[in-house]
Design a binder for this molecule. Structure first.
Ligand code: SF4
Length: 138
């Protein structure tokens, strides 16, 4: 990413995200949101679902969690966006053949950006956030 893109990102719009961390990828997102410089890119953790523009779903999704995920998603005000982070959230990942695992959160929610990886590299996560930021602003 070049400096112009970074400046544009940081000065034009602030995006609030709620992380639904369900397994290892959730830890990566938590670290990115709370310990890194994502705030400098205009991305801030939301105080709650009612203040979030973006729902980040990260980690292994077990079927038993689906009602809680859906209930959280419904609390976000419109317009709302979904960022799926990691192989588990995208497709079921290494647990795709488990009877208890959902094979991708896109079966339940409209996913706007999906970040690949197990877990995704920090650069991939940032790229996904940048793509989503552009979408929110458009
Ligand atoms: S994609 Fe890999 S790192 Fe991420 S939650 Fe699944 S097993 Fe863990």
């Amino acid at each position: 990413m070049n400096t112009a893109v970074e400046l544009d990102w940081g000065t034009t719009y602030q995006v609030t995200v709620l992380d639904l961390g369900l397994a290892c990828c959730g830890v990566e997102v938590m670290a990115a949101l709370n310990g890194s410089d994502l705030a400098g890119y205009g991305i801030d953790p939301a105080g709650g679902p009612d203040r979030a523009q973006v729902l980040v779903v990260s980690g292994t999704i077990t079927d038993v969690m689906l009602p809680a995920i859906l209930a959280t998603y419904r609390e976000l005000p419109e317009p709302k966006y979904v960022l799926s982070v990691g192989a588990c959230s995208n497709t079921g990942g290494p647990y795709w053949d488990s009877y208890a695992v959902t094979k991708g959160i896109d079966q339940l929610l409209p996913v706007h950006v999906a970040v690949p990886g197990c877990p995704p590299r920090p650069e991939a996560l940032l790229e996904g956030m940048v793509a989503l930021h552009k979408l929110v602003r458009s």
